[in-house]
Design a protein around this ligand. Structure first.
Ligand code: PEP
Ligand code: CO
Length: 456
């Protein structure tokens, strides 16, 4: 796979620090320059979290998605937390993603490329750089890589030591993910065990159980036919990739390394990096930084993105038209896709960029409920996906993937779904560090809906 992916030679003027000459949106105002330098030096001396060959393998896997031969499932927390950090929560998130992937593969008929918003998703862009409560104004919470959410001046002060702490939590998380996915936990013979107890008793859980039972039967049938299942690696382990928004550029630069074999620059903080809706200015620092690393890159596109902007972003981030290099994640909101998406698809097609199209049906559908809680309706999420699949089907492009915020926990953050969470329930278990996430049952529900859309 890697040989099919030519290196992306950065422009001669690119370097890991060339972003510093560009306007960088959404950066904290680090109050202590010396402490920032110390943190950067510490990160520069630490081992990479991922290596070049892995980034190339993921590009290869995404190239299959771009060709319409596979589907991307990118999912995880809106923001990872320094506090909610445990083996159980990592395992349960992985379980939900494995269940969704099995559902999509079995019911939707496509191989699934699994990418977590995990092991590095610690920084958040904010609509306002300050937060006001009563008469008090403090710096906004920007994710645990920067500051803490408590409404307290000391907690909100950006602290560069958090960059190093985020690295260490990412390393520990990635270590466990690698063990789970390569060490037997992801073996297809355990397909029943991924169903958590509180999910198994629900309608979605029982629907999943039926698929799991059919997979068991298929495996027994193959064994009875004399197929040596033990030697089939794909049945016993899986590839699981990491991703996050490349927001805090001091962190990303410090973890960018040159591959000694090829000279390629790799952002070794994660396999895939994305640039958010608020930082994707073509002449801005984030696009400059990502244009020079060989990792697969994604760009979030809201309903106001113009064909010109998208064309320019494709030229900057995918000048060689490399399949799998660039994923475009639209997050337009239910009811807006039919107008906003077709001109972007046309512009990309005209430019000849072999992109992966993915849909984030979460970020265009956020609103504040009457009781003041940030939430999303399951119905809006499914509606945006339905519109999005419809446009791609009509235009002859492959609906390549979904990007969702979810958790393996039994939270009450998004409204609706089969368990019909209503506004009064939101306060019960609302634990997200940022945006509202689908819980395990809603996530599985969504996978069944997407599988149906894939089959149609
Ligand atoms: C996010 O993915 O959490 C996010 C902030 O997305 P966007 O840039 O699309 O608003
Ligand atoms: Co979010």
């Amino acid at each position: 796979m890697s040989s099919a992916t030519p290196p992306v030679p950065p422009r001669p003027e690119w370097s890991p620090s060339s972003w510093r000459a560009r306007p960088a949106a959404q950066q904290p105002d680090w109050p202590d320059a010396e402490a920032l330098k110390d943190a950067e030096a510490a990160l520069c001396g630490l081992p990479p979290l991922v290596i070049a060959s892995e980034a190339r393998q993921l590009t290869g896997a995404l190239a299959a998605v771009a060709r319409g031969e596979a589907f991307l499932l990118q999912a995880g927390d809106c923001a990872e937390s320094f506090r909610e950090f445990s083996a159980d929560s990592i395992r349960d998130k992985l379980k939900v993603m494995l269940q969704m992937a099995v559902t999509l593969t079995y019911a939707g008929g496509v191989p699934v490329v699994k990418v977590g918003r995990i092991a590095g998703q610690f920084a958040k862009p904010r609509t306002s750089s300050v937060e006001r409560v009563g008469g008090v104004e403090l710096e906004a919470f920007r994710g645990h890589m920067v500051n803490d959410e408590s409404f307290d001046p000391a907690a909100r002060r950006p602290d560069p030591a958090r960059l190093v702490a985020a690295y260490h939590q990412s390393a520990a998380t990635l270590n466990l993910l690698r063990a789970f996915t390569k060490g037997g936990f992801a073996d297809l013979s355990h397909v029943h065990k991924w169903n958590q107890q509180f999910v198994a008793s629900s309608a979605e859980g029982r629907r999943y159980e039926r698929i799991a039972t059919e997979i068991d039967r298929a495996l027994r049938f193959m064994a009875a036919c004399g197929i040596d299942l033990a030697s089939e690696e794909g049945l016993h382990e899986t590839d699981f990739w990491t991703s996050h928004e490349a927001l805090i550029l001091h962190y990303e630069e410090a973890l960018t390394r040159q591959d000694s074999l090829t000279g390629d620059w790799v952002d070794c903080s994660a396999h895939l990096l994305w640039v958010g809706e608020r930082t994707r200015q073509p002449d801005g620092a984030h696009v400059e930084f990502l244009s020079g690393v060989i990792n697969p890159i994604a760009v979030k596109l809201g309903a106001t993105a113009t064909p010109d902007e998208v064309h320019t972003l494709c030229e900057l981030l995918d000048p060689h038209r490399t399949p799998g290099r660039l994923t475009l994640i639209t997050r337009m909101g239910a009811g807006k896709v039919a107008d906003a998406l077709p001109p972007l698809v046309e512009a990309v097609r005209a430019g000849g960029h072999p992109v992966v199209w993915a849909c984030d049906p979460m970020h265009g559908n956020t609103f504040t409920s009457d009781n003041g809680t940030k939430t999303r309706r399951f119905g809006d999420i499914v509606a945006e996906l339905r519109e999005w699949f419809g446009i791609h089907r009509a235009m002859g492009t492959w609906p390549g993937g979904v990007h969702v915020e979810l958790t393996g926990d039994d939270v009450t953050e998004c409204l609706g779904g089969a368990e019909a969470i209503v506004e009064d329930d939101l306060g019960q278990r609302y634990t997200t560090a940022c945006d509202p996430r689908l819980n395990a049952r809603q996530s599985l529900d969504l996978a069944f809906d997407v599988a149906e859309l894939l089959r149609d």
